[in-house]
Each structure stands twice: as C-alpha cells, then as structure tokens.
Write a protein that binds this ligand. Structure first.
Ligand code: DGL
Length: 276
C-alpha cells in the first residue's frame, strides 16, 4: 500500500543536533507534518562501533515506522555513514540519509579539493569519500575527525575562546592543501559555522565554501516528495520526541531548532525498546 501524502515525515538523530535538519525541512517544506525522534538517552553515537550504531538506528526506525511515516530522514551523519544499508529491514519505507545530498552539494560548489569534518565514526567509515568518488572518482577528499566539537556545542560554547582554539587545531591540516569546499559532516556543526568560517579564513588567507548538509537534505527531501507525488496538503503538525527526560535539554534543543520557523519546540518523552 502506498503511503498517504499527508502522513508525516519521520526524522531521527542520535540526539538533538538533527533538529538543524528538521528546521531546514520545516523552512523549505512548511506544509509537511514531521515527527522527530532524538535518541538522547544514548547519544553520542559518534564514538560507538558500527554494529551498535545500526542496532540503535533500527530501534529509531521501528518507532517511526509504527507511527505511519511516509519517509524517514536519517538526520545523523554517523548513522548515514555506517548504517543506512542495514535499516530498510525488508520494508519499503524510503530512507534518505545526509551523506549523498551533502556530497552532491559539495561537488556542485567545489572546483578543487573537498574537506569533510565529522565524528570519528563518520570519518572512519569513508562514506563521504565513497559518495563523492561515485560521482567524481578523481576528486581529492580529505576527512578530519573533530570529536571535541559535539561536546562544545552541547555545552553552548559557540563563541568561546576554547572553541576557537579547538577549531584552529582541527583546521590547521588544511593549510597548504587545495581545499576550496568544506562539508559540515555532523548535525552539530552548523552551530559552529561562524567559528569554522572565521578560523579557516584566518588560517588559509582565503574563504572556503561551507556546505551545511541540513539544507542539502531538505532539498533532497523536496525532490523525492515531488517525484513520488507525496507532497502534503494537510495542516502541518510537528512533534518532537526524545528518549531521555526532556527537562534540562529544552534550551539546547531550541538552539538547534533556531527561529527560522517561528514556532516554539515542545519535547515529549518516549521509551524505546531495544530489541537488539
Ligand atoms: N548526530 C551525530 C552526527 O551527525 C553527532 C552526535 C553523535 O555523535 O551522536 O554524526
């Protein structure tokens, strides 16, 4: 049975960073209903083994599937990089990850080498290199793990001197390379876009094009819905679930959600059953 156009789009992430993707989807597709799931009880995924990441991701998919979503957006680079193939579960639910849209947007923007910043898991997987090389096998891609960026964002240190120092450390390997485009390959990094832009410009003496995969994913979702004739016509409703207590994380959630949509965020709690 084909899904109803007015069914929600399911979006999940290891935590709250995927709200940057949810916000981009809400801004680009304001008539769509969305159902967001942040696995805040088990975040971060970025340092875990691929098997564990896939197991957690399958729980998230099962939750969204049970709620009748028409499409699942994996708003997490770590899951998209390591586990997208293991998520279909024999079902026919379309699944869109963040890697391919980000890779395509980078290729469209770049005339030189492409750099990717991501979690250790994403970088280890080589998923961005693979996605870029599927389109352009000769392209030089340089990937850098930036494990400290996620806790810095979670702590709200978006303009802190320590964050600038860490960014300098992570970006200095770009000196002397031909990189002209940088992919923010983690859902948390769009909040550090200003810092990354400033530090990279200072270190390299030129400005890099910065690809925020949130925007690229929203465009990919729009393209998919148009092609599948699944654009919603109903009044939109947005719900946000987290697997740990919502109290105490509203502030950081609001930071990721931003104000582009002009709608406040209300987090609801859900317990996920880990079926292994
Ligand atoms: N959401 C993850 C990603 O985009 C970052 C946080 C984590 O490590 O779980 O890779």
């Amino acid at each position: 049975m084909s899904p109803s156009p007015n069914a929600p789009i399911g979006i999940f992430d290891s935590g709250l960073g995927g709200l940057t993707v949810a916000a981009a989807i809400a801004a680009r597709l304001p008539s769509e209903r969305t159902l967001y799931l942040g696995d805040t009880a088990r975040v971060p995924y970025g340092n875990r083994s691929p098997a564990t990441v896939v197991r957690y991701a399958r729980n998230n998919v099962a939750f969204l599937r049970e709620r009748g979503v028409k499409l699942i957006v994996v708003a997490c680079n770590t899951v998209s990089a390591q586990g997208l193939g293991g998520l279909a579960d024999g079902g026919h639910l379309p699944i869109i990850g963040v890697i391919r849209p980000g890779a395509r947007a980078a290729l469209a923007a770049s005339e030189g080498e492409i750099a990717v910043l991501g979690t250790p898991g994403t970088v280890r997987s080589g998923a961005y290199e693979q996605a870029i090389h599927e389109i352009d096998p000769q392209r030089v891609v340089r990937a850098y793990a930036c494990p400290l960026f996620v806790p810095l964002v979670e702590a709200g240190w978006l303009n802190h001197p320590v964050t600038y120092k860490v960014a300098e450390e992570y970006l200095s390997p770009l000196i002397g390379t031909g990189v002209d485009t940088l992919i923010l390959g983690c859902t948390h990094y769009p909040l550090l876009r200003g810092v990354i832009d400033e530090v990279a410009t200072r270190l390299l003496g030129r400005r890099l094009r910065i690809i925020d995969s949130a925007e690229a994913v929203a465009a990919a979702v729009e393209g998919f819905l148009d092609e599948a004739r699944l654009r919603a016509t109903a009044t939109p409703r947005r719900r946000f679930f987290v697997t740990d207590a919502p109290e105490g994380v509203e502030e950081i959630a609001a930071r990721f959600w931003g104000d582009a949509v002009g709608e406040p965020l209300k987090l609801e709690h859900v317990d996920l059953v880990d079926k292994g």
